[in-house]
Write a protein that binds this ligand. Structure first.
Ligand code: NAD
Length: 472
C-alpha cells in the first residue's frame, strides 16, 4: 500500500512541505511494505483549522443524524475488512483471525454502537433552578497507538464524533495503513468535510504540534505512559481537556481454590493476545507458592501448543511483534530478569526455529520472579509472562497493587463471592473474574499511571462533553 496524501477537510492533500515518505516495515519480513506521508506542524495546523471550521455545523446536527453517518462509516469498514485485516496483521503481527475479528469487524460494530448510544444521552436536563446542558468539548486531537491501530482510533472517533466534536486523528507511524481505509469510508459515507481529518508522521514532528495547537480543546491519547506524561504537560499550557489511555502491568491472581487446569490456560491466552502487545495483558501471573511446581508444569504444556509463525497463515496462533526495536526490548528484559535469578520455564531469547526474518519471539514464561524486578514492574509488550509466587489472598493483593500502573487484572477462584471480594481490593480500572471478558460498553481506563478518564459506553461519551448550567 502506498499513500501520498493526508485526509484533510474532506480532501486528499499532499504534505505542505512535501516531506519524505514514511516507510512502514512488515512484521513478517522486516522489509518495507508500505509507505505513508510524514507530516509536519504545517499539516497539523491545516487539519486543526479544518476541524475547527467544521465544528459549529456538526455540533448543531442532531445526534440521530450524526449516528446515521457514523453507521455508514462502520459499514464502509466492514465492506473493506478483506483488505484491512491482512494489512493490520502484517503491520502489527496479530494472526489474521484476530486482525479481522477484534481489530476490524468488532471495531466497526463498536463504532456504530457508540453512535447509537449517543442518541440516548440527556443533552439537557433540569436541575433545581438550573438547566444543565451537555455540549461537545470541541476540536479533539486524537493520537492512537500501534497495537490496535483501527480499534483504538475508532474508540476515540466514535465517541467524539457521536456527541458533536470534530477530530484530527494522528495515526501510529508503525501501523498507519488501516486509517486510510477509515478515511475512504468516511468520504464514502458523506461525512461533512473537516469533521474527521487523518494525518500521519512521527510523534515529535506532527503529534506535538497537533497536541499543542491553540484551536485544539482536548487531547485524546492512547499510548505509552511516557508519551502521555509529555502530552499532559503540553496540554497543560492551554488547559486542554485530556483523556489518557496509557500502559499497564496487570496481574492475574490465581487463588489456591482455583481450578488450575482451566485458570492457567485462560490466563496465558489473554496474556498472549496479539503476541502480548496489549495494554491490559496479564503479564504477571500470581500463583499459590505451594502449587508453583504444578503451575509451571501446566504452563509449559499450554505454551508448547502455540504455533508461532506468519500471521497470515491460518494455522498461526502467535505472530511477530511490531518492530525490530520491540524484539530487542523484549529480549533485553528477559535477559536482565535471568541475570537477576528469574528462571525460564519455557521459551527464551533466541528467535523461534525457522523464523530469523521479521520480528518473531518465542512465547516465554519466567518463574522465580520477584515483583521488584524490572520485568515485573515495566511494561514488556511482548509474549512474556512472569510467574510470581504468593502466600495467600492478602499477599496476592499486595503484589498485584505494588505497581505504578493500574489498568486491568484478573482473579481466579472456585468461589465467586471470594473472587469478587478480591477484585474489589485491586486498584485497577478493570478486573475480570475467572477468565477474560472483554466488554465493549463497560468503562475502560486506568487508575494510577495507566491513565485518566474512561473509554467506551456511556462513560466514554461523557469524556467528550462539557457541562454547562444555565440558571433560569
Ligand atoms: P507510543 O506511546 O510509542 O505511541 C503512541 C502514539 O503516540 C503514536 O501515534 C506515536 O506516534 C505518538 N507519539 C509518540 N511520541 C509523541 C510525541 N512526542 N508527541 C505526540 N505524539 C507522540 O505507544 P505505542 O508503542 O504505539 O503503543 C504501545 C503503548 O500504548 C503501550 O504502552 C500500551 O500499554 C499503550 N496502550 C494503552 C492502551 C489503553 O487503552 N490504556 C491501549 C493500547 C495501547
Amino acid at each position: 500500500m502506498k499513500r501520498e496524501c493526508f485526509y484533510i477537510n474532506g480532501q486528499w492533500q499532499k504534505p505542505i512541505k512535501g516531506g519524505a515518505a514514511l516507510p512502514v516495515y512488515s512484521s513478517i519480513t522486516g522489509e518495507v511494505f508500505e509507505s505513508v506521508p510524514a507530516g509536519t506542524a504545517e499539516d497539523a495546523d491545516a487539519a486543526v483549522r479544518a476541524a475547527s471550521k467544521a465544528l459549529p455545523a456538526w455540533a448543531a446536527m442532531g445526534a440521530a443524524e450524526r449516528a446515521k453517518i457514523i453507521g455508514r462509516i462502520a459499514q464502509g469498514l466492514r465492506d473493506r475488512a478483506d483488505v484491512i485485516a491482512p494489512l493490520i496483521a502484517e503491520e502489527v503481527g496479530m494472526p489474521l483471525e484476530g486482525a479481522r475479528g477484534y481489530q476490524t469487524l468488532r471495531a466497526a460494530d463498536a463504532l456504530e454502537d457508540i453512535a447509537v448510544l449517543a442518541t440516548k444521552i440527556a443533552y439537557e436536563e433540569p436541575l433545581g433552578e438550573s438547566l444543565v446542558i451537555r455540549e461537545p468539548v470541541g476540536v479533539v486531537a486524537g493520537i492512537s497507538p500501534s497495537n490496535f491501530p483501527l480499534l483504538l482510533s475508532l474508540n476515540k472517533v466514535g465517541a467524539a464524533l457521536a456527541v458533536g466534536c470534530t477530530m484530527v486523528l494522528k495515526a501510529p507511524e508503525t501501523a498507519p495503513g488501516s486509517l486510510f481505509y477509515l478515511a475512504d469510508a468516511a468520504e464514502e459515507a458523506g461525512l461533512p468535510p473537516g469533521v474527521l481529518n487523518i494525518i500521519t508522521g512521527f510523534g515529535p514532528e506532527i503529534g506535538e504540534p497537533l497536541a499543542s495547537h491553540p484551536l485544539v480543546d482536548m487531547i485524546s491519547f492512547t499510548g505509552s505512559t511516557g508519551v502521555g506524561k509529555l502530552l499532559l504537560g503540553i496540554g497543560a499550557q492551554t488547559i486542554k481537556r485530556a483523556h489518557m489511555e496509557l500502559g499497564g502491568k496487570s496481574a492475574a491472581i490465581v487463588l489456591e481454590d482455583a481450578d488450575l487446569d482451566s485458570a492457567l490456560p485462560a490466563a496465558i491466552e489473554q496474556a498472549f493476545i496479539n503476541a502480548g502487545q496489549v495494554c491490559f495483558a496479564w503479564s504477571r501471573l500470581l500463583v499459590p507458592r505451594a502449587k508453583l511446581a504444578r503451575c509451571e508444569e501446566i504452563l509449559r504444556d499450554v505454551v508448547s501448543r502455540y504455533v508461532v509463525g506468519d500471521p497470515l497463515d491460518p494455522a498461526t496462533t502467535l505472530g511477530p511483534v511490531v518492530t525490530r526495536a520491540a524484539t530487542d526490548r523484549v529480549r533485553k528484559f528477559v535477559s536482565q530478569a535471568v541475570s537477576q535469578n528469574a528462571r525460564i520455564v519455557t521459551g527464551g531469547i533466541e528467535a523461534p526455529k525457522g523464523l530469523s526474518r521479521g520480528y518473531f519471539l518465542q512465547p516465554t514464561v519466567l518463574s522465580d520472579v520477584d515483583n521488584r524486578m524490572p520485568i515485573a514492574q515495566e511494561e514488556i509488550f511482548g509474549p512474556v509472562v512472569s510467574v510470581i509466587a504468593h502466600d495467600g489472598e492478602d499477599d496476592a493483593v499486595r503484589i498485584a497493587n505494588d505497581s505504578v500502573f493500574g489498568l486491568h487484572g484478573a482473579v481466579f477462584s472456585g468461589d465467586h463471592a471470594r473472587a469478587l471480594g478480591v477484585a474489589r481490593r485491586i486498584r485497577t480500572g478493570q478486573v475480570d473474574l475467572n477468565g477474560f471478558k472483554l466488554g465493549m460498553t463497560a468503562p475502560f481506563g486506568g487508575f494510577k499511571q495507566s491513565g485518566l478518564g474512561r473509554e467506551l459506553g456511556k462513560f466514554g461519551l461523557e469524556e467528550y462533553l462539557e457541562v454547562k448550567s444555565i440558571q433560569l
